[in-house]
Unconditional design. Structure first.
Length: 158
């Protein structure tokens, strides 16, 4: 694992000394990204450390496949997004890009949201992410059916 993390594929400034240190680094990077997100939205100012990460960002699908191979694991990584607070259009599109990547067996993306609060069904490239083909809906309450009924009534009234 350390050989992989220290390989040329990550273009690191410093070598990773342990997996625990790498996980700590990822948490710190996530924290900086979250702080930057909030800072830019609220104040219009980028976080001073935003571009001072120990390694380049990587393709999540590629990373998942590589880690599975290293660990000799046939399972998948499950990502759960609990959409309770508003997010930017670009963030929703980034999530839809993972949904649309069709990396079954490597990454499983779950998004918990109220139907009318999700802002887009397009990914970062503008591709439409389609129900049934690219994702499925699991209804935990009747919110999806109510939203669908409102939409149908709206079309009939127009």
């Amino acid at each position: 694992m350390l050989d992989f993390l220290n390989s040329y594929k990550f273009d690191r400034k410093e070598k990773v000394s342990s997996v625990q240190n790498y996980l700590k680094e990822l948490r710190e990077t996530l924290s900086i990204c979250q702080e930057n997100y909030n800072s830019v939205l609220l104040k219009g100012i980028a976080h001073p450390q935003m571009y001072d990460f120990p390694s380049d960002f990587f393709d999540i699908e590629w990373f998942g496949k590589e880690i599975k191979e290293i660990l000799n694991n046939n399972g998948q990584f499950n990502i759960i997004v609990n959409h309770q607070n508003p997010i930017t259009l670009e963030s929703a599109q980034a999530i839809m890009s993972i949904v649309n990547s069709r990396c079954a067996g490597t990454i499983c993306m779950k998004v918990a949201t109220e139907p009318e609060k999700w802002t887009t069904y397009h990914d970062l490239t503008g591709c439409y992410v389609e129900n049934i083909h690219d994702y499925s809906i699991v209804e935990l309450d009747d919110s999806y059916q109510k939203t669908l009924d409102r939409s149908i009534r709206g079309f009939r009234n127009n």
